[in-house]
Design a protein around this ligand. Sequence first.
Ligand SMILES: *[C@@H]1O[C@H](CO)[C@@H](O)[C@H](O)[C@H]1NC(C)=O
Ligand SMILES: *[C@@H]1O[C@H](CO)[C@@H](O)[C@H](O)[C@H]1NC(C)=O
Ligand SMILES: *[C@@H]1O[C@H](CO)[C@@H](O)[C@H](O)[C@H]1NC(C)=O
Ligand SMILES: *[C@@H]1O[C@H](CO)[C@@H](O)[C@H](O)[C@H]1NC(C)=O
Ligand SMILES: *[C@@H]1O[C@H](CO)[C@@H](O)[C@H](O)[C@H]1NC(C)=O
Length: 470
Amino acid sequence: MSAMNMTRIVISLLWLSALLGSCVSALTVDETAKLDNYIRTVMDCRHLGPGVSVTMVKGGEVVYSNSFGVVDVETQEPVTQKSKFCIGSATKSFTATLLGNLLTENKQINFDTLLSDILGDNFTLIDTQRSKHASLRDVLVHDMGVQRFDGCFMTGGFYNTTRAQAVRKLKYLKEALPFRSYFMYNNWMYMLAGYAAEKISGTGQTCEQLISDRILKPLGMDTAAWVTPDLNDWSGFALPHAYTLDGYRATQHSGNIFGYQTVMWLLPDLNVGVTISCNGPSDVGNLLGLQMIVYHALDILSGEPSWLNETTACSFPEPWARSDSEAADIRDILLIPKDYFPESSGGDSRPNDALRKASLPLDAFIGLYSNDFAGSMNISLNTDRNSLYFRHGTVGNGYMTKLQFPPNSFKIDFEGPLWFMSNSTSMMNTNLYFSVSDDDDVTQVTVPWFSADIYPVFTKDPQAPPQSAK
Ligand SMILES: *[C@@H]1O[C@H](CO)[C@@H](O)[C@H](O)[C@H]1NC(C)=O
Ligand SMILES: *[C@@H]1O[C@H](CO)[C@@H](O)[C@H](O)[C@H]1NC(C)=O
Ligand SMILES: *[C@@H]1O[C@H](CO)[C@@H](O)[C@H](O)[C@H]1NC(C)=O
Ligand SMILES: *[C@@H]1O[C@H](CO)[C@@H](O)[C@H](O)[C@H]1NC(C)=O
Ligand SMILES: *[C@@H]1O[C@H](CO)[C@@H](O)[C@H](O)[C@H]1NC(C)=O
């Protein structure tokens, strides 16, 4: 299997286009025109965009599907019903649906079956409790309480790794919270769920093939595609954009990755759902704009009078709450998952010894650094720019700029698909904090943005490569 195929399997992101090829609407002409106007107004006043695709379903039928704005701000090419958006974490709903589908056929297994019964005795996580007592349900409901390590996911850190190999690395994810104590979102656990699905199916098919065969094809979702690891082929996709400045039962999930946002809401009691994708960054403006459209669409689908109109969608949270900084946390009002705003949980972010060390010359940092879970990080010196260069995974590449404080710390300005993470207020910083021994040797680097729960440490390999003379 080629490295690319393997990456595709591990990363498991799904690109989806709007469901149908033409604008379908079971709303009246008048309702459709009003909704079109509402969405345009919200995009304008909330600076939502540059491109948005909205689909509403009711009773299994698409009742509204339309697209707005542009796929690319440079060319001003409009978003069409065929434009693809990266749905990121919304892919998890496909993994869970696949498992449900497999379990209806395999009566020996249910959601409470232990992972060790499905994956065998060699399956190991950080401790015996999780290795031996975690069930499929624990993995799907995010109560495993292990380190999130999203950074490794973003950089494509597992690019030359099969899903089976990646599962064997999960034992290095540290305990962040006690098992089954709290909800704690974890992308890697869904990779594990996908692996369990492969084992349960017993067909030798990958998780991606199973989802395509059992979900996408029967639904006629012919234009949906899996992301390629190098992210070079953007033809047919809405380009990711990011700013450099900074009653009823409902199930909802959001995905945000590489400058795309997707929000999906289902009201199972009413058999209705809405999905919206946007090729813009996960800043508050875009998230508010997406929510304003979702709430309005759900009111239309449920037949409830809409509590938002074009005026209040633009003034929200006013007149209900103050919009200034003293008002309640806007994320609570909006029910935006806190996941959107990964925040540092404190901990040993900056090794204390770094504070009493003078800054070392750039040469001192050159080398390979390794972490049990995330593998190898390469820090090199670009002599043309006299700047250090960071590499991890397939797309984690960028120049490093020295921070004023603390000493021996840098921020990364990413190149390529992760560029939107640089200088962004909506993501955690991209800093690296190096530790220095009493002999003025660089010993390790702490990388908070790799996992905001327990900050990962990469240890410097003393062998490679030889440092230039001091
Ligand atoms: C489990 O691991 C042991 C030791 O690494 C190995 O010898 C054995 O073949 C493994 N069993 C399975 C079923 O993979
Ligand atoms: C991928 O892994 C194989 C086997 O582990 C190794 O030989 C190869 O050099 C790796 N390729 C890259 C690009 O790291
Ligand atoms: C919009 O809603 C607000 C608050 O419910 C209401 O005061 C206002 O009159 C409405 N505006 C329009 C144009 O319907
Ligand atoms: C680290 O990156 C530098 C610069 O691209 C490269 O020359 C070097 O071979 C890399 N080291 C390893 C071990 O991959
Ligand atoms: C981030 O800001 C730095 C200056 O602080 C600038 O050199 C760099 O190009 C910016 N990066 C991006 C992606 O805008």
